[in-house]
Ligand binder design. Structure first.
Ligand code: NAD
Ligand code: LMR
Length: 349
């Protein structure tokens, strides 16, 4: 195995975090992962990365079209997972049947000048339809929602599953991992330390000011080359909140983050799989149904286990600026959650 392949596989093993199960043994459970929207900008590299995961034995690639090609391509990789492509709605249930984890990057991305909420009109129905199929075909699967606006699509998913009588709040996740990935990268660059040693909590939601990095709680090892001023922290906060827009503008009409999102989505899905297998110390920041703030859905650190989100951890101590940011985030996030719930209940767009 050459060094690039080894490094990539190691990265997929969650940056060399332990993959021992509680009993200290390697997981041997066959795990099925389904990706809905697998032929898209995120879906294709995400399919590649999940095919490289040592935790996936079966990979179902679903999209409205284009998946036979993606599946044929990815299936030639000499890694564990057996790959099958599914195209069109009449193959959706088969794709989902027996899935342990379903990753959903289906839907339209932003163009310059748009907010994530501008995607609501199209993506709300797409997510609702796909979640309904999940509720029918694999109600016990862990659902990883990537489709924007995440602040509304997660509550839409919850309401849809509730109306079917199969909602388990421990099994529904909004994927906010890209915000963590960005905050770590930007912070490590700013203070001049090894990015692998950096940890920055990012809580709240996944749009603009609802993305709240907590740099006062940032950790790293090694000697920082620079101490950051309050102005520099403010700029880092803004850059983290606007990370998605930075990519949308750079792509100039050709979509939003796909490669970094596929990486982030693979990290999160991999943690879900390790949690399912009982791996110790598995936690991620993710949006879940939550009581740690007044907002019914909120992203914070969550301990993952065999039943999904087993513990929602608190926010820790916030400084005065972060506390103000939290108040702003909660107000905006609550409105987006309500919008999602209303759509799911009466179809209001
Ligand atoms: N959560 C995050 O951090 C994050 C990051 C980046 C992008 N996103 C979001 O992810 C979504 C996808 O982005 P992309 O760049 O991959 O877009 P894309 O247009 O490249 O791909 C989307 C795919 O979804 C498919 N699709 C549409 N309707 C579908 C349906 N009913 N069933 C199955 N598949 C369907 C399309 O055919 C397409 O292949 C967007 O909403 C984007 O805003 C979220
Ligand atoms: O910004 C977007 O529209 C896509 C995604 O939410 C991101 O953060 O990159």
């Amino acid at each position: 195995m050459n060094s690039l392949m080894r490094a990539t596989r190691q990265a997929l093993q969650m940056a060399a975090r332990s993959y021992a199960t509680k009993g200290g043994e390697k997981d041997s459970m066959p795990r099925k992962v389904a990706i809905l929207g697998a032929a898209g900008g995120i879906g294709q590299p995400l399919s590649l990365l999940m095919k490289m995961s040592p935790h996936v034995s079966s990979l179902a690639l679903y999209d409205i079209a284009g998946t036979p090609g993606v599946a044929a391509d990815v299936s030639h990789m000499n890694t564990l997972a057996k790959v099958k492509g599914y195209a069109g709605e009449d193959q959706l249930h088969e794709a989902l049947d027996g899935a342990d984890v379903v990753i959903i990057p289906a839907g339209v991305p932003r163009k310059p000048g748009m907010t994530r909420d501008d995607l609501f009109k199209i993506n709300a129905s797409i997510v609702q339809g796909l979640i309904k199929a999940c509720g029918e075909a694999c109600p016990k699967a862990l659902l990883n929602i990537i489709s924007n606006p995440v602040n509304s699509t997660v509550p839409i998913a919850a309401e849809t599953l509730k109306s079917m009588g199969v909602y388990d709040p421990k099994r529904l996740f909004g994927v906010t991992t890209l915000d963590l990935v960005r905050a770590r990268t930007f912070y490590a660059d700013a203070i001049g330390v090894d990015v692998n040693s950096v940890d920055v909590p990012v809580v709240g939601g996944h749009a603009g000011t609802t993305i709240l990095p907590l740099f006062s709680q940032a950790k790293h090892s090694g000697q920082a080359k620079k101490q950051l001023s309050p102005e520099e922290i403010e700029a880092l906060t803004k850059r983290t909140q606007d990370g998605g827009t930075e990519v949308v503008q750079a792509k100039a009409g050709k979509g939003s983050a796909t490669l970094s999102m596929a990486y982030a989505g693979a990290l999160f899905a991999d943690s879900c799989l390790r949690g399912l297998s009982g791996a110790a110390n598995t936690s991620e920041y993710t949006m879940v149904q939550s009581e740690i703030t007044s907002c019914p859905f909120f992203a914070s650190k969550v301990r993952l286990g065999p039943s999904g989100a087993e513990e929602i951890l608190g926010l820790g101590e916030l400084n005065e600026i972060e506390q103000k940011g939290l108040d702003i985030a909660i107000a905006e996030l609550t409105a987006s959650v309500e919008k999602g719930v209303k759509f799911a209940k009466d179809g209001t767009l």
